[in-house]
Design a protein around this ligand. Sequence first.
Ligand code: ADP
Ligand code: ASP
Ligand code: MG
Length: 463
Amino acid sequence: MDGPAHLPARLLAHDPAVLYTRLPALALSVLTRATILNLSGDAPVVMGRLVMKFGGTSVANLDRIRNVARHVKREVDAGHDVAVVVSAMAGKTNELVEWCRDASAMHDAREYDAVVASGEQVTAGLLAIALQSIGIQARSWQGWQIPIKTSDAHASARILDIDGSELIDHFRERQEVAVIAGFQGIHAQTGRITTLGRGGSDTSAVAVAAAIRADRCDIYTDVDGVYTTDPRIVPKARRLDKIAFEDMLELASQGAKVLQVRSVELGMVHNMPIFVRSSFDKPEDIDPHGTPPGTLICSEEEIMENHVVTGIAFSKDEAQISVRQIEDKPGVAAAIFGPLADANINVDMIVQNVSEDGKTTDLTFTVPAADHARARETIGAAKVAIGYARLDSATDVAKVSVIGSGMRSHAGVAAQAFKALAERNINIRAITTSEIKFSVLIDAAYTELAVRTLHTLYGLDQA
Ligand code: ADP
Ligand code: ASP
Ligand code: MG
């Protein structure tokens, strides 16, 4: 371990970072996490280690990349060690995905990853150049260079391991900002490039933050925090100051794309505070030791106010499949869901009801819209084994989910929603519930109306 003699004078003067290397992990987190964000309002200013992640719209062109560089400079000048994680420029990943599809509908997932990972490589290099040009030492890193080791599930790989020690050494020895290409990693055994699934740079950022034992992971995006629902759909949505990992996990998995689900899972496992904030605020107007507008995702204990409903998410990427007139006998569900599982198709909502003749049953379930055709084929291929009369399906459906850990201790929350939706003449096709959320499947055309209705119903509208 480097002694203080190797640490830059800037840090030695008044920076507890010198102590970080010697304090046990718990002391470190208590010392730094509360103070770096100045949550209590009057905590002393200290410096620490930060991960700053910038999404596609934040790096959409060279002007915005220069703006990002100024955000980074602000934190470096304040004395923090900084690792930056970047996404591809807005629209770039979509274009690359399209190119793969055009090249061949049945393309090799390893080559898809080789193509789509390139977007982040470009932004990492450009940001390093932009930083150097304003006098900040910076170096770009691709996933394989760190390395960010992942599983071999190409196009949706999971991060298995990141060795953060080299990055930490670079902070100490060279005061160098690490600019890391998000979304990508490497499968150690095959040496092939992998990607983490759409929106995966969030996950890269939180994983890097955990690996370098950062004090906080800042997610800079095109909104200034996590709202009670998508602020682009409901202008009355309210920004949350804090949200518990559990609630954020549900919001993200039910369709709020502000954070990739896996990034929230990692944050929860490593108890890494994630702070969602805007990259469009003027870098120079922000006090690096103040409390900027944004949303802190943290453990439930840190949240004083507990509303019954925290937020509402929706997803139009759903398809409904109904298997009609199945003979009602043991083993039918297994005959349907077994082949779907074998085909790696995720089934979400399931409703079984007795059909008109009373002898047979109908089974309705949802799958991701992208798997609609494959799910139909899979059920079609198992027709004899299942024994059904007809297969219906629809893709013009949406799932609206109401989330709140306060639901654990409150009854009747869902019942209010059913009534409010009925009053708006919105038909519910399927329902699922869990401890801290419930979801309804409705016609896609009513999504916005349903979200706004429920947002008002649960008192989430801005005053
Ligand atoms: P980035 O490119 O920075 O990763 P994303 O487009 O992936 O940004 O995520 C930000 C977007 O998430 C916002 O523009 C917003 O429309 C959407 N969003 C959905 N639900 C929410 C929510 N509850 N709070 C904030 N943003 C949300
Ligand atoms: N560029 C990737 C995507 O568009 C990863 C990300 O932006 O998080 O999905
Ligand atoms: Mg994103």
